[in-house]
Design a protein around this ligand. Structure first.
Ligand code: 6LC
Length: 423
């Protein structure tokens, strides 16, 4: 397909993506549901020459519609628009069963980090008012009650697990201290402000699920002036990496299964396995092609809900070993500040140098591997863009530029790829 620059009119039309689309070559745009596109030329009935955030390319006409509202939507889309953009029924429904709680409680690094911060700060927790947002089975609240002497812990839980949490509190003799409140943190009323707001809100790639929004709203409403947030800050870390076995398993596989050439399936494989990030990847420290770099830092005291719409970070990596650059791996770290002189700070790091957690790491595969050498640099940016419709989802866009340290090779390569998580 050739570019249509010369035919462009001066007033492009505004369209919105009815669903996400991943371009299969550099001529095509990649966008997420709800994205605003400017259509310059209606090249054919199927493909339009359009623009998204300054980048031009073809977009499938069937994926676009005029107007962000449900006007002009098909019946099917109207139904979708009646759906809760937070998908709370499904979300809290899944936390009403044991599967996820078992996974979280079995994660010792995670659970013991919270236990440790309570224990190391037990003296300062004395007589304090605590809110545990999204308490689940109540483990953090129970740590507070058993390891310290807070005056009260408000354990807030929206799912039906709250009924059991109440029983667990009783069963463990903590009912004098822990008050279980069933409801969304956004809706509950407390009799007082709190000194400490503790929550385990982190999702894959830190923000997925966007439970952090509930934490920020609760902070602004219920945390007293000078109160403490646990965690107090969070960072997202990125590293360019090789992923030889994943690449072999999903892509190279088609080259010679049983001595046959199945390579025509590779574009399909790419679409199926590399379009979305791979959650639950465990990267070997050896697969890191350079020293990891913190790309995004969130201060839990100053972060605002509206900041969550778009968060951007920059990176500059120096390749420390030659190999195949298959993609980027991301993970996060959260820090808990100490409550005072006698307390201690605690960190929960979900990276490859720490004990694996249930979050593991998130792998973003490039469309094709690039061979890199010691001394090359990989610079660029990462953008986390919250889905404007599905509020628990986001798209991660990576831009990279590889500068080769070798004079003879074509010494600069650029790339960009967007990964919906999940819509
Ligand atoms: C924690 C999730 C728990 O927090 C789970 O039990 C869920 O029902 C609860 N939760 C999430 N959002 C709210 C809210 N707004 N109000 C009350 N309870 C809530 C683990 N999930 C992650 N760390 N991602």
């Amino acid at each position: 397909m050739e570019e249509k620059e010369d035919e462009e009119d001066s007033s492009p039309e505004e369209y919105f993506a009815r669903c996400s689309f991943t371009g299969s070559d550099s001529d095509q745009l990649t966008f997420s549901s709800g994205d605003r596109l400017l259509v310059h030329v209606k090249t054919s009935s199927d493909w339009w020459w359009a623009e998204l955030r300054g980048v031009k390319g073809y977009a499938p006409a069937s994926h676009l519609r005029q107007g962000a509202t449900i006007e002009g939507a098909t019946e099917e889309e109207e139904d979708a628009s009646l759906e809760d953009p937070w998908q709370d029924e499904e979300y809290f429904g899944s936390y009403g069963t044991l599967r996820l709680h078992l996974e979280m409680l079995s994660d010792k690094s995670r659970t013991e980090a919270y236990q440790q911060v309570v224990l190391s700060n037990s003296a300062s927790l004395r007589s304090k008012v605590v809110m545990d947002l999204g308490c689940g089975t109540g483990i953090i609240s129970l740590f507070c009650a058993q390891l310290a002497q807070p005056s009260v812990v408000y354990a807030v839980e929206a799912s039906s697990m709250a009924e059991y949490t109440r029983q667990l509190v009783k069963q463990n003799g903590c009912e004098e201290v822990v008050t279980v409140l069933q409801g969304r943190a956004e809706d509950i009323e407390l009799p007082e402000q709190v000194d400490i707001l503790v929550s385990e809100w982190m999702g894959n790639c830190l923000l997925f699920e966007f439970m952090v929004e509930s934490v920020l709203l609760a902070r602004d409403r219920w945390l007293r002036e000078g109160g403490v947030m646990w965690p107090s800050s969070a960072a997202l870390t990125l590293v360019p990496c090789q992923a030889n076995s994943y690449f072999a398993e999903k892509m190279a596989f088609w080259e010679q299964p049983y001595g046959l050439d199945f390579t025509p399936l590779q574009p399909l494989a790419q679409q199926e396995f590399f379009t979305k990030p791979k959650f639950s990847h465990l990267i070997e420290p050896d697969d890191c092609l350079s020293t990891p770099c913190d790309v995004i830092f969130l201060d839990m005291y100053t972060l605002k809900v509206k900041d969550l719409e778009e968060i951007e970070g920059q990176f500059q990596f120096c390749v420390k070993k030659s190999g195949f650059f298959h993609g980027f791996t991301a993970w996060f770290t959260v820090s808990f500040e100490s409550l005072g002189e006698e307390g201690a700070a605690v960190e929960l790091n979900t990276g490859p140098e720490s004990e694996p957690t249930h979050w593991k790491q998130t792998l973003f595969m490039l469309d094709r591997p690039v061979s890199v050498h010691t001394g090359d640099s990989i610079s660029g940016s990462v953008l986390l863009r919250r889905n404007p419709i599905w509020r628990r989802h986001m798209t991660v866009t990576l831009h990279w530029k590889i500068n080769s340290s070798k004079q003879e090779t074509d010494n600069c390569q650029v790339g960009t790829k967007s990964f919906p998580m999940w819509r």
